[in-house]
Ligand binder design. Structure first.
Ligand code: 5GP
Length: 207
């Protein structure tokens, strides 16, 4: 029986390094597909259309929402972010584990719509490291950094709603740990109803 893809939601405070972590996961292992979100935020220097995000106007974003073209969307620090539906559905059908790197409001909406989604929260080793990473990016103003840090404090309130917590201390080790957790999630009965039904049918036929 073909293994079904899992919808994997990865959240973490801005500056945790989860973007780099997800790229490493996709590069190292075969079975992942990384969803590219749509946003009304302006591109940062170095960001490319269609790679980090699809950068759109507010009108285009609202149009997509009206067409029911997004799995979920949220407003984060004044900008809209959303997950295009078509890519996600196509990759899941192919058996890929699809990664959505999204913030907590979106994560909880995904859980409502897809009860077997796997929710993972990535944390930096400590809060001082977070501030250092945000400042080190050199692309954000002091006001934006302060806003993202206070947003992190709000997001920290919801961490218990996630299935797993991963500390991003070392890129390779953290990537391997996340992959191991996804493999474990594949083995949970809740994600294998067809396999269980098939076994029950076969047992019944033997009686
Ligand atoms: P950034 O502006 O730093 O790229 O992203 C800000 C926040 O928005 C991050 O927490 C990121 O995970 C989240 N985000 C990115 N794409 C989406 C999306 O499609 N939906 C939701 N709900 N959040 C997103």
């Amino acid at each position: 029986m073909k293994r079904k893809g899992i919808l994997i939601v990865v959240s973490g405070f801005s500056g945790t390094g989860k973007g780099t972590l997800m790229k490493e996961l996709v590069r190292t292992y075969d079975n992942y597909a990384l969803s590219v979100s749509m946003t009304t935020r302006k591109p940062r220097p170095g960001e490319e259309e269609g790679k980090e995000y699809f950068f759109v106007s507010e009108e285009e974003f609202i149009k997509k929402v009206r067409e029911d073209g997004l799995v979920e969307y949220a407003n984060y620090c004044g900008n809209f972010y959303g997950t295009p539906r078509e890519y996600v559905e196509r990759q899941l059908e192919k058996g890929k584990d699809v990664i959505l790197e999204i913030e907590i409001q979106g994560a909880l909406k995904v859980r409502e719509k897809f009860p077997t989604a796997l929710l993972m929260f990535v944390m930096p080793p400590n809060a001082a490291e977070l501030k250092k990473r945000l400042e080190g990016r050199g692309t954000e103003s002091e006001a934006v950094i302060a806003e993202r840090i206070s947003r992190a404090a709000v997001e920290a309130e919801g961490i218990e709603k996630y299935d797993f917590l991963v500390i991003n201390d070392n890129l390779e080790e953290c990537t391997a740990r996340m992959h191991a957790l996804v493999q474990a999630a594949h083995s949970m009965p809740v994600r294998n109803p067809e396999l269980i039904d098939e076994m029950r049918r076969q047992l019944e036929a033997l009686r």
